[in-house]
Write a protein that binds this ligand. Structure first.
Ligand SMILES: [Zn+2]
Length: 94
């Protein structure tokens, strides 16, 4: 485990509104500390793929989110590049 800028990038305002959508059926990747905290407090976390979701106590029940898996396998450097691209493309829709 190495310290990277992951935490900083994920440290954005967590929107408390969660919709019941596809992301609820997936197990996402996020900062381990945040997942642990979320399971205690019941507050949603922001996953690697950008989804806001409440981690399940039993993530093995759900398939891993393909986007999270892809980003996870990119490693910290690859993720930073992806997120930089994403924030550039963001035009306020959604
Ligand atoms: Zn995901």
């Amino acid at each position: 485990m190495t310290e990277t800028g992951t935490d900083t990038l994920l440290d954005q305002r967590t929107d408390l509104r969660t919709e019941h959508g596809d992301h609820e059926r997936f197990s996402h990747y996020a900062d381990r500390d945040k997942i642990t905290e979320a399971m205690v407090t019941g507050t949603p976390v922001v996953a690697l793929c950008g989804k806001v979701w409440v981690p399940s106590r039993d993530p093995s029940k759900f398939p891993v989110c393909p986007e999270c898996k892809r980003l996870y396998e990119l490693g910290p450097d690859g993720r930073m590049r992806e997120w930089a691209e994403k924030s550039r493309q963001e035009s306020g829709s959604g």
